[in-house]
Design a protein around this ligand. Structure first.
Ligand code: PA5
Length: 473
């Protein structure tokens, strides 16, 4: 029996959300229980909305409905692990940030630098930018003949990803002729877009992004699962963790629903002028969770209109931070700056390593006080001290704690934030699942590069105000 099937393990690994420091008893201007109670009807309506829309929020079912997909992914991952030195993901936004975050969380922190026998699988490169220098540099460190490429685009049309595919196809064809198709796995929509056409025409191995699973909600489908499995991550445990959190978060009672409570608190904080949401993990392994969350929160909640068509301009700006590193760059602002932000700390009870701070300069007390402690104690003390300083200065903050970083807890974390975001969308009365602002930029790019069917957009761009020389110095 796998450990995640055991109730004691689940209980031991359950995430904790501590929102004491959001509340009025702890910070001046904080939220009162009465304010939350006064909003009870809105929370109930939003919770009902979440239930009613569950059928369309297909990402919520991913922990429960992928038995066959998991088998296929694990089989493909084994083949890649056995036969390739490098695995390169081509994708951007929701097709890259989840795989990056989960890899960083669950693999060795210097995974690519390990000898291959310790890695047990290929090196991983996730190419989510099209900087030409970066593209060229990739081919200087990989040997394409021993590399598998996973091209991921749900829409099958994103210019960045399709350009990368064109480049890779060309390079592979030159080296391998028709054999190039054995070096590309596609992950895309089962019927829409251009990648599925290419995939069918050339017989590429293909995984599908299910309907109702938008880019930023897609980590727990093949978008994220293939790269994770290739790097040796137990994807069943990851999904089990997400499923566990989904079950915890089914209650309508926000006092027992961590995702709904976090969303309710953040939206109350916005009403009080906190338009910035800083995520500050105290673990390098969770560093890119803040990047993944930034997209989830920003793209989902930054909307110009409500679902009824009225003007909205909603959203709370996500900021990425890392404990303890950013204590030495950002915390001055978070303690003494304006009361416009909430800090969400992410802590870990038990790090996967214990490192002692040895004795060396016992004759210098101001250095020697560190000796005999561990780095684990030091980072925990600094997290506690920063929470204390932020609270003392009157700034709202909350803490999500993982008992340890493993596939089960990371699955919970992903699900927690996805549900928090969706519930916040319900409270705001906006569509959290589209991204018209992103589409606008994509369409303008198509027009600038002369894509068929974008003539009107090109005219619109040509008619835009011309830059004036006097404003460029
Ligand atoms: O969340 C989203 O939908 C977007 O950020 C997309 O993930 C991003 O634009 C990439 O799109 P695609 O996967 O279609 O290439």
């Amino acid at each position: 029996m796998k450990r995640f099937a055991c109730e004691a393990f689940k209980k031991e690994m359950r995430l904790r959300v501590d929102f004491n420091n959001m509340m009025s008893g702890f910070v001046k201007g904080g939220i009162t229980p009465e304010e939350l109670e006064a909003n009870a009807a809105a929370y109930e309506a939003a919770a009902k909305g979440m239930d009613e829309k569950r059928g369309s929020m297909k990402w919520r079912e991913l922990p429960f409905n992928q038995d066959e997909v998991i088998k296929a992914i694990n089989a493909k991952a084994k083949d890649i692990r056995d036969n390739f030195d490098d695995f390169v993901v081509l994708g951007i936004g929701g097709s890259a940030l989840g795989p990056i975050a989960v890899h960083q969380a669950l693999c060795h922190l210097r995974y690519n630098d390990l000898p291959s026998e310790r890695r047990g699988g290929p090196r991983l490169f996730i190419e989510d930018n099209i900087d030409p220098e970066r593209m060229e540099s990739l081919f200087e460190v990989i040997d394409v003949e021993h590399t598998m490429f996973n091209v991921i685009t749900k829409s099958g049309s994103t210019s960045e990803t399709m350009s990368q595919l064109l480049l890779v196809t060309n390079i592979l064809r030159e080296k391998l002729g028709d054999g190039w198709t054995g070096h590309v796995v596609a992950t895309t929509d089962h019927s829409k877009g251009n990648l599925i056409k290419i995939s069918k025409e050339f017989g590429l191995d293909t995984f599908y992004v299910p309907d109702g699973v938008g880019g930023r909600f897609s980590e727990l489908c093949p978008v994220g699962l293939l790269a994770a499995a290739v790097c040796g991550i137990d994807i069943e445990e990851l999904l089990a963790g997400a499923g566990y959190m989904d079950e915890i978060c089914r209650t309508h009672d926000i006092w027992h629903n961590p995702a709904y409570m976090m969303a309710a608190l953040q939206m109350k904080a916005v009403e009080k002028g906190c338009n910035i949401n800083v995520m500050m993990p105290y673990a390098d392994s969770l560093k890119y969770m803040a990047d993944w969350f930034a997209q989830l929160w920003a793209e989902s909640l930054g909307k110009a209109v409500h679902t009824d068509g009225s003007t909205a301009h909603t959203g709370q700006t996500p900021v990425k931070s890392l404990g303890v590193t950013d204590q030495h760059s950002q915390v001055q602002l978070y303690t003494e700056g304006p009361f416009d932000k909430v800090i969400t700390f992410i802590g870990v009870d038990k790090y996967r390593s214990t490192v002692e701070i040895p004795h060396a300069y016992d004759s210098i007390p101001d250095v020697a006080f560190l000796s005999g402690h561990t780095f684990n104690e030091l980072i925990k003390c600094e997290q506690f001290a920063t929470e204390y300083a932020v609270r003392k200065s009157g700034h709202m903050n909350c803490t999500v704690t993982l008992p340890e970083v493993n596939a089960f807890t990371v699955g919970q974390l992903l699900c927690l934030f996805q549900l928090e975001t969706a519930f916040a969308g319900e409270l705001l009365g906006i569509n959290a699942f589209d991204q018209p602002g992103v589409e606008e930029g994509k369409n303008a790019t198509y027009a600038l590069l002369g894509k068929h069917g974008y003539d009107e957009k090109k005219k619109e761009l040509d008619a835009a105000p011309k830059k004036e020389a006097r404003y460029i110095i």
